[in-house]
Write a protein that binds this ligand. Structure first.
Ligand SMILES: C[S@@+](CC[C@H](N)C(=O)[O-])C[C@H]1O[C@@H](n2cnc3c(N)ncnc32)[C@H](O)[C@@H]1O
Length: 443
């Protein structure tokens, strides 16, 4: 089947699916299961609502967007939607993690499954998946809002056709080429060193703040033109001009402080540009394919509110860890569909704690499941048989659990310990493979 047919079928099929979803009555509800940085126990309805300005949904974004539109009162409320979906690469992606134990120290880096970008049937399947979601995103956007879709050569030109159709050709604003140095080279083609970001507005009345960039003078010398402001840095003399549509930003390097280990993590600088250009303080920005949580991290640092969603377990745990480490950021909620059975909410990992010398200490842990490269299985097995707690990513403790929402009073990384306090103690933890477990006891 030709790609053009795939495109046409996807447009028709995705549109029909969207209409069917929006016409059917009701949808599942999302319940807050974890609150990070609760800053005291909020009680009033308005304070509760404030907490939901920063929300991480764990699960499929289609069901979550349906909820936001039908029950979450979010139609027309989002200022920016940035999405960096799978690119149609026919590959599986992994996260780099390390096990860590007091006895064995840090393990070499091992790879665990993060997400799958293989589409068995065809491009039609992939484009249909995007079409239905773009329609829902359009409904979520405010009248001054915009959407940014991050792709590469695999699908960008087909997706541009979808967006022309769904958002309207006249709402196309820019195609940004994000250039980077990393990645491979080929003997049979020019080295592929850019991604494509498609930027569409919802209406012609969209918010846009002009950003400036440096433009160096010829020979880096001052021009001294009348009325032109010039500046000098260590390279030479420059003027400030309106930012162009080719962005040269380094990928997140191995030694970068931003690095989470999550495959295909995007640099904060890239998201900063989008957020500064298309939103103001306090606006709501969303990412429904949020991976390691780059959008939320940038929003926290630039005083925007955020909504993120990812269906991957490793993505959810990476995001919670990343966001709970950002200083002075707002509280955030982790939500899941209320239709999930307990077995889906929690892994069957076994955990035990000791209570001694005023501390609650994790003494043993057995991960429920882990998906690893063949080469890494031996390393993981050695660490886990020696010390299961080496697989812990982080855990948090609520000292006064109400039986419904876990309010993280303390977040502890790796298998360390926290203070022991009297009360209904509840622990929620995640291991490096994305397994989520809980433990509770009245102390
Ligand atoms: C390219 S990654 C995003 C990386 C992210 N921009 C970052 O900076 O870390 C794509 C993500 O989309 C998620 N994803 C794929 N299909 C999804 C779906 N239907 N619902 C929610 N998340 C999905 C994957 O789990 C993966 O984490």
């Amino acid at each position: 089947m030709s790609k053009v047919n795939d495109l046409l079928n996807a447009l028709a099929g995705g549109r029909a699916l969207y209409e069917e979803i929006m016409q059917r009555e009701g949808c599942c509800t999302y319940e807050v299961q974890e609150l990070y940085r609760p800053e005291g126990r909020r009680s009033t309805a308005s304070e509760q609502a404030k907490e939901y300005d920063h929300v991480l949904a764990s699960g499929d974004n289609l069901a979550y967007m349906e909820y936001l539109l039908k029950k979450g009162n979010m139609a027309g409320k989002i200022q920016i939607i940035y999405v960096d979906p799978p690119f149609f690469t026919n590959s599986k992606y992994q996260a780099s993690v390390r096990l860590e134990s007091a006895k064995l120290g840090k393990s070499p880096v091992i790879k665990t499954g993060a997400y799958d970008d293989r589409w068995e049937s065809s491009m039609e399947h992939y484009l249909t998946m995007l079409t239905v979601r773009f329609y829902m995103m359009k409904d979520l956007l405010s009248e001054t809002g915009c959407i940014w879709v991050h792709l590469d050569w695999h699908g960008a030109h087909y997706v541009k056709m979808l967006l022309d159709e769904i958002f309207g050709e006249s709402n196309f604003v820019n195609e940004i080429a994000w250039m980077y140095k990393s990645g491979g080279a080929s003997k049979r083609s020019f080295a592929r060193k850019h991604d494509t970001l498609l930027f569409y507005s919802k209406t012609h009345n969209y918010k846009f703040n002009i950003l400036k960039e440096k433009s160096y003078n010829r020979q880096f010398k001052p021009y001294r033109f009348k009325g032109v402001e010039e500046f000098e840095d260590e390279i030479g003399w420059y003027t400030l001009v309106n930012m162009k549509d080719v962005w040269n930003i380094d990928m997140v390097g191995r030694t970068s402080s931003e690095r989470t280990g999550y495959a295909t993590q995007k640099p904060e600088k890239l998201l900063e540009r989008i957020i500064y250009a298309c939103s103001d303080d306090g606006d709501i920005c969303a990412d429904f394919f949020s991976g390691s949580g780059t959008l939320g991290a940038v929003c926290d640092k630039t005083n925007r509110r955020w909504i993120m969603c990812d269906e991957g377990d490793v993505a959810t745990s990476s995001q919670i860890l990343r966001l709970s480490n950002i200083e002075r950021a707002a509280p955030f909620a982790v939500v899941r569909a209320d239709t999930l059975a307990d077995a889906e909410k929690f892994a069957r990992s076994a955990v035990s704690f000791s209570e001694e010398l005023g501390c609650l200490r994790m003494t043993d842990y057995k991960p429920d499941r882990f998906e690893l490269n063949v080469n890494d299985q031996d390393v993981a097995a050695k660490y886990i048989s020696e010390d299961g707690t080496s697989a812990i990513s982080f855990w948090s403790v609520d000292y006064d659990y109400d039986g419904k929402v876990h309010r993280a009073d303390e977040v502890v990384t790796k298998s360390d310990f926290c203070t022991l306090k009297e009360g209904k103690t509840h622990v929620i933890g995640y291991d490096v493979f994305g397994n989520r477990f809980q433990w509770g006891k009245t102390i």
